[in-house]
Ligand binder design. Sequence first.
Ligand SMILES: *Cc1c(COP(=O)(O)O)cnc(C)c1O
Length: 645
Amino acid sequence: MPFSTPSTAERQRMLDACFLGPYGENDGLLEKLVVEFLRDHVYWRRNFHPEDPPAISTAAAMHPDYQAFEARMRRELHQLSAALKKSVPFHSPRYIGHMASDLLLPGLAAQILTLPYNPNNVTEDAAPVTVELEVKVGLQLARMLGYVDDPSREDCAFGHLTSGGTVANYQALRLALALKAFPVALRAAGVPDIALPEDDWAAFNLHPRRSTQLVAQWQDWLAAATPADRKHWQAKVQAERIEQRGLLDFFARHPALKIPKVLVPITAHYSWSKGCKLLGLGRDQLELLPERGMRIDAEALTRTLERCQRDQQPVLLAVAVMGTTEYGTIDPIDAVVAARETASTHGLGFSVHVDAAWGGYLATLFRNGDGSLRSREEVAAGFRSFPSAEVHAAIAALGETDSVTVDPHKLGYLPYGAGAFICRDHRAVALLSEEADYVFHGSAKQDYMSRYRGLGQYVPEGSKSGAAVAGVYVTHKVLPLDHAHFGLLPAQTIRAAEAFHARALRFAEEMAGVVRAVVPFAPDSNLVCFALNPCGNRRVADANAFVRRVHDELRSDPSRPLQDKQFFGSATSLRPEVLGEAETHRILEALDLDPSTLGQDGGDKLMILRHTLMNPYLIDTENGISYIDLYFEHLASRMRGLLAG
Ligand SMILES: *Cc1c(COP(=O)(O)O)cnc(C)c1O
């Protein structure tokens, strides 16, 4: 069947009702929804016990105290509303700075609708509806990633929401540590009837699939045991677990083991450093993997693993990033998985986690409605060069990883407070439970849904917003996570990034003789960086000073009226220790900068502009306006101005 690609204008029509819009075009729709469901909520209150009369007098509003309160409330709300006018205009196609844009209407409306019910997703007692929705969101995301999403299967995935990607990454560390240390505890407790590894080293370095199987076997064994045996052995194993003993005591008891390392690419988000501190592993356990072109260098990873093996240094987790925060690059997830498989056949098993806080929803482009993977050719229809073979292979390998972080509040276009953690096989999650009797309520094994209704058992947080969950769930129902639905949004941003990239190259030609402009790496996704140097300058520090001045005009400045700003962009830096010598020289040369000036005052790294192209209206087909063109015209005139002034 030939694959027909809808035109840009057709695609934009499909998205017309998705957002409030840059101009607030869909104000009527949102207002209708908010009023409709607010009324609906009020009827629900009244219908609980219609015989209960109003407790607030119908004459209350006439009382001076009431009126004074209302007046104070209004005054404060007006002040807040006025102050918020200094907010960053994320909704505007003139905003191409950080990872924020307009909000999806289904999510916004569902969240507003749910707020007055105030469900608390810590437990189903406080959230009989939204806890179940949260578990379903986990399954929706699992399907997008290529994990098993059928709860009747024993190896079904499990996911939950968090306040953001940072906390989801903590959860990845916590789960990986629990899985790694559990087989050691089984051995130490002397559990009968289950075949266990021969020594502590082997037990601590199992492939996570094998550790997960052990958790399942252990649960089955408990289920078959007498109540007295069950109690006895449960207590014995619990006493040996790392979560019970603490790191110090656990490692003292197992002298053949060292505190494991966390391998993250050098471009990784600082949540990994925070996580190592929080878990008490210490920052020293965070090992930064070198990169090539801002992607993990697979050969260097292999060398690192070989060294770990030689030094008997266990590895907790290897992290691949799908969409780096600074450059949007995608690590070779397939190569990281392959390196893990090889290492674990040599007795060095560890978990593989993908930090897809930014890029997770790009996976929708790679999925059909039935959850199957699309070929690279199918995905590529309608793009200039996306996806590269490397990107396709990386995303195709997601299903082989152990866990993933995805942020609905980034490329999911949803309000803040929505990150997600998804793990490949839900049986591992039993290890996170706060209650020792995680398997049983009574003696019957619980089905998937009823087990996870006690969500608070497993998640890092306590009380949490059911309204945020409702927003994510409804969005995924209105826009299923496949290429024909939700995928329209990332497709739009990739096209915008490709157009931006092409325009940036043209800009570089147009500005010849004025500034040198270079796109330091071809973008993997929808972030495009731009390096600049005024012609004639050879010093890195002076190039940085120039980029800083350009960026100062592109950043939010609450002391000046918002309307003074033509565009918003962001900046980042390229550090030689991250880039490596060859890449650093390549980029400096392209900019006509003298590498020997690197490291001089103010020039220890190269400042560059960074653009996040997630606004769906960067190319406005309705009015035939390209905000990308306008941006580059603005940049050209500002740069000429700065250099003349
Ligand atoms: C944004 C981001 C995080 C942190 O997520 P928060 O939602 O800000 O806590 C972690 N990793 C990557 C790659 C990110 O882009």
